[in-house]
Design a protein around this ligand. Structure first.
Ligand code: NAD
Length: 356
């Protein structure tokens, strides 16, 4: 494929500015053709700054006016399904930000739609685009033996993101900063730390293990806010693996944050530090192998999803964050919210995973 792929950016807020717009503008195999955001000033400003010739306030209008091959979607969580659905139906391959959707029904519906229409659907689960991600996945699949147990931990300074409910701030804020209500209004976010951060942790965990969750029991705290800030889950995966995951947005500024998963196998234990994109394999007999991040990319490679998506669409690489595995993590998170609300173990909705 020699022609450039015609890309659109849908959503021109914080993460579009921090990760995707610069990547779209810089990629030699991309023709950046349009920006779409219901906030016309944002759409116009992003199109001007990053060199797209057209700006729109509505996805349907954009699709009627411009020929588009691919789109990157970075809009509030609960808009992901309708936006992605419109794009897929128009024949567009889509890279959608995490969480893929806020409900299992929406996630699996998009997986099915992409399959039916033979379109590519990837999710912006950034850790899966790290240079070491595929090595870690291979070791978890093979060298550690039977996976008995997993412990996952995610801490971040995100509580502030969940604190703003004043809609005025949404009108006054700067497009390149986190939006006032995107993360704090449950109608837009579908939840707090669970939708925003736990999604990274469980997305990576399910991708690395190749398993789906069967059942979960969860506790969550809102700490007086409208959405959850702290999550603790116990779950069972396929084949009897059991695990725990905790996630808190309360890390005080300046304290170290941890994004780690420990995979306990019958032959070895692998500890994956997602934040540093490195891992240690602790083998039977005492051997220790370090899987280091030898890439020039920063460990948290926020600009990596766009080039990876280009390679995928051009048939040059596999999908680092396929929608079906992401949908399995949406299923687990939705069941965890139900469990926390109803104080009971909840069965996790399963879907068909084709990606190997
Ligand atoms: N991968 C990561 O590490 C990472 C980091 C931060 C944010 N994100 C994700 O990126 C997405 C966007 O987050 P953000 O912080 O940029 O939010 P934001 O509120 O700053 O920006 C979202 C933009 O989408 C626009 N929008 C709303 N509805 C739309 C629609 N129907 N069509 C087009 N545009 C629409 C809004 O006007 C806004 O400008 C979220 O899914 C978020 O979780 C991912």
């Amino acid at each position: 494929m020699s022609t450039r792929l015609r890309f659109a950016m849908v959503g021109a807020g914080w993460w579009a500015h921090a990760a995707h717009l610069p990547a779209l503008a810089a990629h030699p195999q991309i023709e950046f053709v349009a920006v779409c955001d219901p906030d016309a000033a944002r759409a116009d400003a992003a199109a001007r700054e990053f060199g797209a010739p057209a700006a729109f306030t509505d996805v349907a209008e954009m699709l009627a006016a411009v020929d588009i091959d691919c789109a990157v979607v970075a809009t509030p969580h609960t808009t992901h399904r309708p936006v992605v659905e419109a794009l897929l139906r128009a024949g567009v391959d889509v890279l959608v930000e995490k969480p893929m959707t806020t409900t299992a029904e929406d996630a699996w519906a998009l997986v099915q739609l992409a399959r039916d229409l033979n379109r590519i659907l990837s999710v912006g689960l950034t850790y899966q685009y790290a240079a070491t991600a595929s090595q870690v996945r291979e070791v978890v699949a093979g060298e550690i033996g039977e996976l008995v147990c997993v412990n996952a931990e995610f801490s971040s300074e995100t509580e502030g993101l969940f604190s703003t409910v004043d809609p005025l701030s949404a009108q006054l804020d700067d497009a390149s900063k986190p939006h006032g209500t995107t993360y704090s209004n449950p109608l837009l976010s579908g939840g707090g730390q669970g939708q925003t951060q736990l999604t990274h942790l469980l997305g990576s965990l399910l991708w690395n293990t190749g398993k789906q969750a069967e059942e979960v029991f969860a506790y969550m705290h809102n700490r007086g806010l409208t959405v959850d800030v702290v999550n603790a889950l116990t779950f069972r995966l396929d084949g009897g693996t059991i695990g725990t995951a905790t996630s808190t947005g309360t890390t005080p500024e300046g304290s170290p944050v941890r994004h780690r998963i420990r995979y306990h196998g019958t032959r070895a234990v692998l500890e994956h530090d997602l934040l540093k994109a490195e891992a240690w394999l602790f083998e039977a007999g005492g051997g220790i192998r370090h899987i280091e991040n030898a890439s020039e990319l920063p460990a948290y490679a926020r600009s990596a999803p766009v080039p990876a998506f280009v390679r995928l669409v051009r048939g040059e690489a596999t999908n680092p964050a396929p929608a079906d595995v992401a949908a399995a993590s949406v299923s687990l998170i939705e069941a965890a919210y139900t469990s926390a609300a109803e104080h009971r173990p909840v069965e996790v909705r399963r879907g068909e995973i084709e990606t190997s």
